[in-house]
Write a protein of this length. Structure first.
Length: 259
């Protein structure tokens, strides 16, 4: 059985990291499969939202390697990161629809970075985001420092990155990292229901909003406002915008198609 399961639920694409015995630790093959799916969806999107989860009550424990193997990668690690996790994070950010991470149980290392790279996160009460890279003399990768600094502030990000720590489910909610706290019972079903609601929305506009959010991090106000005007023109040209305007005038629920 594949270590990455792909399934369609209406307009939602669900990707399941499927190595439960290893807490869904990432292998080179898994990362390659993730990249292939994300590239396909970037070039020709067939869905309106993406849900990423782990199998067996864990999200992802990060890299899967024995000590000797880890040490043997000293000379290649930069290239591996650039072609692997960096590519995954970049592709997730560029997808033209929302990406949701459903975190149950532990996420660690690159698994934490993968969860933080999603546009939205839902967590079970058992969720734990481990940031413990410095415990082995390494540093956070997969965009973890950038995401934490932007989303929880410099002080918290510095403490986690430099000293290590664990973000529990209730903290993820309090700090604004997670959008919903779900019970363990039927966690996958509840996460899918949440993402299905998103997929039923104006996903063309949501994808454009992702670009605005990225711009807000990096651009000057002048550059951001210029991009905002251009993207708003794209949104106004969509069928979803026309449907939304007419539905409001007719006092009915809009029927969005993502076009």
């Amino acid at each position: 059985m594949s270590a990455l399961l792909e399934s369609q639920h209406g307009d939602v694409l669900m990707l399941t990291l499927n190595r439960p015995a290893a807490r869904n630790a990432l292998t080179a093959e898994m990362k390659a499969e993730l990249i292939a799916v994300l590239e396909r969806e970037s070039q020709k999107p067939d869905h309106r939202a993406l849900l990423i989860k782990g199998a067996g009550g864990a999200f992802c424990s990060g890299a899967d390697a024995r000590p000797d193997e880890i040490l043997s990668r000293r000379g290649t690690i930069a290239a591996e990161i650039k072609s692997g996790m960096n590519r995954i994070v970049t592709l997730m950010a560029g997808l033209p629809y929302p990406v949701v991470a459903a975190v149950q149980g532990p996420a660690a290392g690159a698994g934490t970075g993968l969860a933080l790279a999603a546009d939205l996160m839902v967590v079970a009460r058992s969720a734990r985001l481990h940031v413990n890279f410095t415990k082995i003399g390494a540093l956070p990768d997969a965009g973890t420092v950038a995401e934490l600094t932007h989303r929880v502030g410099t002080a918290r990000a510095s403490s986690l990155a430099l000293l290590g720590g664990v973000i529990e489910a209730h903290q993820a909610m309090e700090w604004g990292l997670a959008t919903k706290l779900l019970s363990e019972d039927k966690f996958e079903d509840k996460a899918l229901a949440f993402v299905a609601e998103i997929a039923a929305g104006p996903t063309r506009a949501l994808g454009l909003t992702k670009r605005l959010l990225a711009s807000a991090r990096l651009n000057s106000m002048a550059a951001h406002l210029a991009l905002e005007a251009d993207l708003q023109a794209e949104a106004f040209a969509s069928l979803d915008f026309e449907e939304g305007v007419r539905a409001r005038a007719e006092k009915r629920t809009p029927r969005f198609t993502g076009k």
